[in-house]
Design a protein around this ligand. Structure first.
Ligand code: PLP
Length: 463
């Protein structure tokens, strides 16, 4: 069976190339927000669309369900699925989608989606293994300290002082279940007494920050990234702003020092807090990272969020907040007390031993060499005219972008699709679609092997 209607044929063309649920969701969402699909327009039946696109019907059903849940689509019992009324004009602010842990889609042959670090060698690293053995020594009968294990907090403070120049002590640190919980703790804390927070988010930016803000019922305010960062001049009144000043996520670039000071001044003026997402500053390729905003002035109206997700593994669910303002710190402790959600003691113990014994520092140094090599391979790729490579100054990913609709960009997407190579889609990181926004792919180069990366780069290279 094939799609018949002319509008639906145009839609199928727009969706062509989607290889599974996630890509279908992204393309449908983009189609709706970009006006390819109009309010009230009927979508093809799932069986028909699946046949047209050559993908499993279950993937189409799941994609429709997901967009129904997000309010982009609507349906009546027994009726067709349609674009929900008055959504095509609204900004492309999809409640970001959680990573699909149930693995309903076939694994890509080469997975270059960002956010996945290299962990090869860690399982046999004697320091890592010893840290976990020592973590198992004691089986406590009490809840962990709600702010985090004091020993781990001291190790983290030392790490942050050494690597980020932020003058802090164990008492300024709260151990969290990754950046995700750090955001949650901060927003819940700042919410006290306010019906709804206005939270500034970089656009393009980190999807899970946006997800947390919307999940809590707070208002995400898109702040465009210009020349590598948000510009504090002309920021609206906000309660908080989440920024990635060391290495803007995902497009790269760093916030210049003058803007960092200006952002702190703006925060003081507006009684706002800067949430500094310092997710990958351990990995700089070449230049040293600029000083963290949180450490620039005493008692800065800012908090630093760090994570072990890039340096070790996101599966650890381990991160931290560094809070220089004691009043804010006390309020965060109170929120933690209320939630009673400390990180597992064994994870904290193992991390403490790994840091204290120097294993963490050595692991980072080793991975820095691995990633620097990978980065040089990516930097050396010869792209077709019109394609631009960015974000290579740090971290574990790069971005290849091109003017929207550029033929060489579409050809690159097709080659990647045919070769079974998965990358992130730059449009998924946008809150608002603006005229002139480039298209692109986000390429994580950490979790694959050198051979896989070579193969992928051969596909990416100008043909
Ligand atoms: C911008 C950004 N911040 C933070 C993180 C880490 O999040 P978490 O610590 O919750 O794993 C990531 C991981 O991909 C990221 O891309």
């Amino acid at each position: 069976m094939r799609t018949a209607d002319t509008d639906q044929l145009a839609l199928v063309e727009h969706l062509r190339g989607a290889r599974g649920r996630a890509e279908l969701v992204a393309r449908l969402r983009q189609g709706i927000t970009a006006g390819v699909l109009r309010d009230g327009e009927t979508l093809p039946a799932t069986r028909v669309l699946a046949a047209d696109l050559g993908i499993a019907r279950g993937s189409v059903v799941q994609a429709y369900e997901e967009l129904l849940g997000e309010g982009f689509l609507a349906t009546r019992p027994g009726g067709a699925t349609r674009v929900a009324a008055a959504v095509s004009a609204r900004p492309a602010a999809p409640p970001a989608v959680a990573p699909d842990t149930t693995a309903r889609e076939p694994e890509p042959r080469i997975d270059l989606r960002p956010g996945r670090p290299g962990t090869v060698g860690l399982d046999t690293d004697p320091a890592w293994r010893a840290a976990w053995r020592r973590g198992a020594d004691a089986v406590p009968v009490d809840l962990p300290d709600l702010a985090g294990d004091p020993g781990l907090r001291a190790e983290i403070a030392a790490h942050v002082r050494r690597t980020r120049g932020v003058e802090c002590a164990a008492g300024d640190v709260v151990v969290t279940a990754g950046t995700a919980e750090a955001f949650l703790l901060m927003l819940l804390t700042l919410r006290q007494g306010k019906p709804r927070l206005r939270v500034g988010l970089e656009d393009p930016g980190y999807r899970y920050a946006r997800r947390t803000v919307t999940a809590l019922g707070d208002e995400p305010i898109a702040i465009p990234v210009r020349d590598g960062s948000v510009d504090p001049a002309g920021l609206p009144a906000l309660d908080a702003i989440i920024v990635t000043p060391s290495h803007q996520y995902p497009v790269g670039g760093a916030m210049p020092v003058a803007r960092r000071y200006a952002l702190l001044e703006w925060a003081r003026e507006h009684d706002a807090v800067v949430i500094e997402d310092d997710y990958d500053s351990e990995f700089r390729h070449g230049s040293a990272p600029l000083p963290a905003i949180t450490g620039l002035v005493p008692r800065a109206p800012a908090v630093l969020v760090g994570t072990f997700s890039k340096t070790v593994s996101p599966a650890l669910r381990l991160g931290y907040l560094v809070i220089p303002d004691p009043e804010v710190a006390a309020a965060v402790h109170a929120t933690r007390e209320l939630l009673s959600t400390p990180v597992a003691q064994q994870v904290q113990d193992a991390a403490r031993h790994f840091l204290a014994g120097g294993g963490y520092r050595r692991h980072i140094a080793r991975m820095r060499r691995v990633y620097a090599h990978r980065r040089s391979l990516v930097a050396g790729v010869r792209l077709a005219d019109g394609l631009t490579l960015s974000a290579l100054e740090g971290g574990l990913h790069a971005v290849i972008s091109w003017p929207r609709g550029h033929v060489a960009g579409q050809a690159l997407r097709d080659r990647l699709g045919r070769a079974g190579i998965a990358c992130g889609d730059l449009d998924d990181y946008r809150l608002v679609m603006r005229d002139g926004d480039p298209e692109g792919v986000v390429v994580g180069y950490a979790a694959v092997t050198d051979l896989q990366l070579d193969e992928a780069l051969a596909v990416i290279a100008r043909s």
